[in-house]
Design a binder for this molecule. Structure first.
Ligand SMILES: Nc1ncnc2c1ncn2[C@@H]1O[C@H](COP(=O)(O)OP(=O)(O)OP(=O)(O)O)[C@@H](O)[C@H]1O
Ligand SMILES: [Mg+2]
Length: 372
């Protein structure tokens, strides 16, 4: 589900030519109140993310290699950018390389460059990522997907701080800080023999774990707030969430983490350009298995204007007439939708995900008028 790094064009030679996905999407926190934290500061106040902030602050000023570990979409690249911007290398390039997206036969020349005529198609000499990142930071993303032959070559550069272009003899020195990231379990890969242990120890001098969103769910409102602001900046309408919708989101397990959340917010800002997203506006999977319970909670919060509503989430001791109860809920939601859309039946039908004619039929059945 994740759009992999698209900002890296395998063929381009100058990183200033590449669109910066982060700048384009306005990803950074832009937290003007904490300039010390930086624009790329991962947002949140939870204990887990505060620990990440602390580690970033501790390591930023040193040239130590950093290994960022964490599930997909947890903000590994954001952390790498934050470290770079807080380091003394901030005025030099931050160069991301998605090691998993570059074919094995191209990665060597991608990282180290090549001389003219080094291989078929090498019609001019070309700088590699190490040279482009000179003085700055090289972000080796998805390092767990790098093939073994390339791991050996990388290890040599990390040890000797020098390399040769493909097809070249000249040894070039490099001054580049290395930050690597992966969502893979590198220790398992080492055990399987697909990741070199010596490279692992070189890279993981300072490991940082980016926590899964489900483990720091208390950060959800702040993240949503930031993403809603981002949507606004990219021209989408501002959206908010009702309390029940927020509760439902907080119960979701977020396998795609913050990236999935960002995608959901963007999607909702397009499909529901209204101010408040209600529980029923969320795509089904975000309503989770507790949605009925939350739905009931919603009823409890409503004003007692509709007679006959059960005002408890539990089945009453002496049972209830389910059909009658569901009719009551249906009538209530229809009236609510008509109220919110000022009696415009077509809009109310859209809110309820019904055809207009179906809604008109139900209104007749329940004797609800548009302007009730
Ligand atoms: N703590 C956070 N605060 C604000 N935005 C965040 C945070 N964590 C992640 N994001 C946003 O979520 C998206 C994914 O983040 P990022 O690309 O850094 O994750 P990743 O761990 O590198 O993901 P992948 O493994 O899929 O490459 C980005 O748009 C990023 O801005
Ligand atoms: Mg990434």
């Amino acid at each position: 589900m994740h759009a992999k790094e698209t900002s890296l064009s395998i063929r381009s030679t100058d990183c200033s030519e590449q669109p910066d996905r982060y700048k384009e999407e306005g990803t950074q926190c832009l937290d003007q109140n904490s300039p010390q934290g930086g624009h790329y500061r991962p947002c949140g106040q939870s204990t887990l993310i505060s620990m990440v902030h602390r580690l970033i602050d501790q390591v930023a000023r040193y040239d130590t290699n950093v290994l960022i570990l964490g599930e997909s979409g947890t903000g590994k690249e954001l952390v790498a950018r934050n470290i770079h911007e807080l380091s003394s290398r901030t005025d030099k390039p931050f160069v991301p390389v998605n090691c998993g997206a570059i074919p094995a036969e191209l990665i060597e020349s991608e990282l180290f460059g090549h001389e003219k005529g080094a291989f078929t198609g090498a019609i001019t000499a070309r700088k590699g990522r190490f040279e482009i990142a000179e003085g700055g930071t090289l972000f080796l993303d998805e390092i767990g997907d790098m093939d073994l032959a390339m791991q050996v070559k990388l290890l040599r550069v990390l040890q000797e701080r020098s390399f040769e272009r493909v097809g070249g003899n000249e040894t070039r020195r490099c001054n580049v800080r290395i930050i690597a990231a992966t969502h893979r379990d590198l220790e398992k890969r080492i055990a399987k023999g697909t990741f070199r242990e010596d490279l692992y120890y070189r890279l993981s001098v300072f490991p940082i774990d980016t926590p899964a969103l489900r483990d720091r769910i208390e950060d959800l409102p702040e993240l949503i707030e930031q993403m809603a602001d981002r949507s606004l900046r990219t021209g989408h309408p501002r959206i908010r969430f009702s309390r029940t919708a927020m509760t439902s989101l907080a119960r979701f397990s977020w396998p795609g983490n913050v990236r999935e959340l960002a995608n959901l917010i963007e999607r909702l800002a397009i499909t529901h350009p209204r101010s408040t997203i209600e529980l029923q506006d969320l795509p089904a999977k975000y309503r989770s298995q507790h949605s009925a319970e939350i739905d009931m909670a919603l009823k409890v919060q409503d004003p007692p204007s509709v007679p006959g509503t059960v005002r408890s989430m539990d089945l009453p001791q002496d049972g209830l007439d389910l059909k009658d109860y569901l009719r009551t809920i249906e009538r209530r939601l229809i009236r609510q939708a008509l109220g919110e859309t000022h009696g415009v039946v077509a809009q109310a039908a859209r809110l309820l995900h019904l055809r207009r004619t179906t809604l008109v039929e139900k209104m007749r059945k329940y004797q609800v008028s548009a302007r009730a």
